[in-house]
Every structure is written in structure tokens, then in C-alpha cells.
Ligand binder design. Structure first.
Ligand code: ZN
Length: 484
């Protein structure tokens, strides 16, 4: 796929050059042509994109900004002091980068605090468990909850053994078959177990590789079940409890959590524009989410995305490239509790959605770049792949621009028809650190971060500078004319 695209763009450039070379001196009898506008191709964009990539690959800005966010501010749980400081940092960073306008937009969000928490196996052998309460869980009350553990590997097993669950702490120790296969137990396990009389829920952390870290994340209570506390255990501790249970030793756990749901509060999305020079009303949006979990410092999730959106827009200004369309950076609040920031953006901008030419979300970390997945019909995907083929230079072995999902924050506007793109990276090690105390600054490779800035800046500029919106004219007229 990407090879064909590369050939397409190369052919376009080559054919244009050939055409102008082979024409030769004009016959003296032919009247001089009046100068007209440049032809509507994307070929003139290529040299600027090359310069952007070169500049981004050697610019320390993104890594320095990520260090500020992770080390000087730290975690950014919604409603926390860190998140408030991060919102101010985001605005200041956009001003300092030279954005034309920067503002905040209010978002109603849940306010949850963790408080002190612990868990301990009390029988048949005493040992401390490494745990983390799940986001939006209720607490246990001052005495905690002590009960026998019932270990299941799936909802099917829970249903089959439902009669055993009364009065127990249910532990979901499900096999890791990718995030999508296990996250449903983290979000819905508490209510599923509570329907059968369980008094609390523990889940095996959602990761394939574990070095003793517990991984948190959002849970949700169903309306038709009692609200029982929910926490994640390390893979190691979940396994030990399962092995004890399999031997018939009836392990017991004492769980203590001070977590409180306080209702709602107000947080803010931060929005910054670099105004387009010819079509300022048309917007190319690039985004990450500013909030994080309160374990670790949210470096890969999603400090990296925040910095990628900021740095890729800023490098256009640094290179003195002001594209035709407006480039808009959005630092969303509260992705982790259900993308409330993205939904609020939709409501605030519903009347101007048709002016959003493309929305790009960066929320997969900053590992080795792999391209973009585009959530649109095939014509648009093809047109974008063709226009952005030049970016394969940043990851020559495994690059693609192909059809796929975009992201949680921009999901709301994409569902309303905006073309969405997800920034893709090598996610082999993403879930090793995701939502855990291990998601810290030193896990981000500065070279990978710079390569991702280069790729995203190149895509933003290509689309914002392109004469036509991606897919709005037949691909053959835009750039694939080079095939013929
Ligand atoms: Zn995220």
C-alpha cells in the first residue's frame, strides 16, 4: 500500500519535472501564455515538508517540554492540583510558541479522590498485596472489607459459579489477550460480581508484561447493581491468589480504600490556533489529552501526545511556514474518565464541524512511529495516504496510512462526520507501563519522540497547505495523476 503511494508521489514530482524539461524552447510562432495561478497539485508542498522533517528530527523542544510536564508538574488526575497547573502550562506553552490565539473551554467532569489504600492477604499466609484502586470506585469504609477470594477467569465462569459469589471478594484473573480482551473486566467487573452478592472486586492488571506494578484505569457502576469497591492487583499477586485458591486453601483478603466520588466539578480544554493565511475558517486539528492517572507521571499516556500536538504545530512557526488553513491544537481534559473533554468540544463547536478538515489524535505514546490510521471512507484514506507518502521517511520499514480508528477524544466529532486520524506507533511495550507507576519520563525515547513530531508536523502541514481538502476532489486530480 505505502509503496504504491510512494511511487505515486515520486511519479508526480518526476513527471512534473520531466514535463517542464522536455517541453524545450517554445516555437517563436506560439503566443506567450499569460501567467496564471500555480497548478492545483501538492507537489510544491514537498520541499517544505522535507525541511520540517529535518528540523523536527534535531529539535530538543518536545523532549524538554515533556520533561517539564512529567517532572515539574507530575501526574494530572482530573480535578487535582497537577491538572490545574498543567492547564496553565499548556496555555503558556502555546503563547510562548507563538500561537495567534489561545483559550480555554469549560468541561463538566467527575471529581474523584483516591485517598489512602492498601490490601493484604490474611490467610492461609499473610502478605501485603500491591494494588491500585480503580478510578471512580467507591471506598470500603473505615474498617475495610475482609472476605474469602473467589477467583474467576471470565464472565462466563462467574455466571457458571454465581452461587459461590455471595459475600466473597471476586478476583478476575483473566488471561491477557490484548487490552481490548481484558479491559471489560476492569470497567464492568464490579457490577457483574455485585449482582451475585460479591462485596468487592479485584482485577488482574491490564498488561501482558509485569514487573510488579499495578495498573489502574476507569471503572463504571451499572444502575442495576450495588456499588462495591474495585481495585487492580499486580499480575504476580493475582496469580499467587489464584494458585492458592486452586489448591483449596481459601485465600482471604483485607481491602482498604478511602476513595470518594465527590460529584462534578469544572475542568478545561485548552485550545490554540495558528491562523491560516488563506482559509483561516478551515481547521486542521491535532490533539492529545492533558489528564493522566495519579500513578506515575503520565509520560506515554498521554504527556507524549500533548507534547506531540504542541511541538508539531510549533515547528511550522519555527520554520516560518504558515499554511493556508488554520492549525488548531487541543489539549483535552478528562479523557481517562470517559472522554468528557472531547464530548464538550463537540457541543461547543457543533455549528462549525464542517470547517474541520481533519482531526488527528495522539494517544498511543511516543514509541517508534508507524504512520496513521484514518477513520473515513476509502476515497479520503487513499487521498491522505497519497498526500502523506513522503512522511514514510521517518519510519521507512513499517509505515502505513491506512483505514482504521482515530481516538477517544476526537471520537465525538468523528462520529459527526469529521475525518479523524489516529497517530500510530509500535505499541509492543505500551501496556507494560500504561496506567501504572512505571509510566514516567525516562520511558520515552527522545529520538522516537522527535520522529513522531516530524511525522505529525508533516501531515498537519500537508493537509493544511493542500489546495483541496483531502478526498474532496477525485484522488486522480489531486496527486495520483502521477500514475499515468
Ligand atoms: Zn490516553
Amino acid at each position: 500500500m505505502f509503496k504504491r503511494c510512494l511511487i505515486g508521489l515520486a511519479a508526480l514530482v518526476t513527471l512534473s519535472a520531466l514535463a517542464s524539461c522536455s517541453r524545450g524552447p517554445k516555437p517563436t510562432s506560439e503566443p506567450a501564455q499569460p501567467p496564471g495561478p500555480p497548478p492545483p497539485t501538492t507537489a510544491h508542498i514537498a520541499p517544505s515538508v522535507e525541511a520540517l522533517i529535518d528540523s523536527a528530527l534535531t529539535d530538543p523542544y518536545a523532549y524538554e517540554k515533556l520533561g517539564e510536564l512529567c517532572d515539574e508538574i507530575g501526574h494530572r488526575l482530573t480535578g487535582s492540583r497537577g491538572m490545574e497547573r498543567a492547564i496553565a502550562w499548556s496555555q503558556l506553552s502555546m503563547y510562548q510558541a507563538g500561537f495567534d490565539s489561545v483559550w480555554t473551554e469549560p468541561v463538566t467532569v467527575p471529581l474523584w479522590t483516591r485517598g489512602h489504600e492498601w490490601a493484604r492477604c490474611t490467610a492461609p499466609v499473610e502478605f501485603d498485596l500491591t494494588m491500585t484502586g480503580l478510578g471512580l470506585s467507591d471506598g470500603t469504609g473505615p474498617d475495610g472489607i475482609e472476605a474469602e477470594i473467589m477467583v474467576v477467569a471470565s464472565y462466563d465462569e462467574l455466571d457458571a459459579r454465581a452461587a459461590e459469589a455471595e459475600g466473597k471478594i471476586v478476583l478476575f484473573d483473566m488471561p491477557w489477550e490484548g487490552y481490548g480482551s481484558v479491559v471489560k473486566y476492569r470497567t464492568g467487573g464490579a457490577s457483574a460480581a455485585a449482582r451475585h452478592g460479591a462485596v468487592a472486586v479485584l482485577v488482574r492488571s491490564a498488561t501482558g508484561v509485569s514487573l510488579g506494578a499495578a495498573h489502574t484505569g476507569m471503572m463504571q457502576y451499572a444502575d442495576d447493581a450495588p456499588r462495591i469497591p474495585a481495585a487492580a492487583l499486580t499480575v504476580e499477586d493475582a496469580g499467587r491468589l489464584r494458585r492458592l485458591a486452586e489448591k483449596g486453601l481459601k485465600p482471604r483478603v483485607h481491602l482498604y480504600m478511602e476513595a470518594i466520588n465527590h460529584g462534578e466539578t469544572t475542568s478545561y480544554n485548552v485550545v490554540g490556533d495558528i491562523r491560516g493565511r488563506e482559509l483561516p475558517e478551515e481547521i486542521v486539528l491535532v490533539a492529545g489529552h492533558l489528564d493522566s492517572w495519579d500513578v506515575g507521571t503520565g509520560a506515554q499516556d498521554d504527556g507524549a501526545g500533548v507534547v506531540l500536538a504542541l511541538a508539531s504545530a510549533r515547528i511550522l512557526l519555527k520554520q516560518d511556514l504558515r499554511p493556508r488553513r488554520t492549525v488548531r491544537v487541543v489539549h483535552f481534559t478528562t479523557e481517562e474518565y470517559g472522554a468528557q473533554g472531547g464530548k464538550a468540544y463537540l457541543e461547543a463547536h457543533r455549528s462549525e464541524l464542517d470547517r474541520h478538515v481533519l482531526a488527528i489524535e495522539c494517544d498511543s505514546g511516543a514509541f517508534a512511529p508507524r504512520g496513521f490510521s484514518v477513520q473515513a471512507d476509502s476515497t479520503v484514506v487513499e487521498a491522505l495516504a497519497l498526500a502523506a507518502a513522503q512522511l514514510a521517511r521517518v519510519a521507512p520499514d513499517e509505515w502505513s496510512v491506512s483505514k482504521g480508528g482515530s481516538g477517544a477524544d476526537i471520537g465525538a466529532i468523528v462520529r459527526e462526520g469529521v475525518v479523524g486520524a489516529g497517530h500510530r506507533v509500535d505499541t509492543t511495550h505500551y501496556f507494560d507501563v500504561h496506567h501504572s507507576g512505571a509510566d514516567t519520563f525516562e520511558k520515552v525515547d527522545p529520538d522516537h519522540l522527535a520522529q513522531n513530531v516530524a511525522a505529525i508536523a508533516g501531515l498537519i502541514y500537508t493537509v493544511a497547505e493542500s489546495p483541496a481538502r483531502p478526498g474532496s476532489i477525485p484522488a486522480g486530480q489531486n496527486s495520483s495523476g502521477g500514475h499515468r
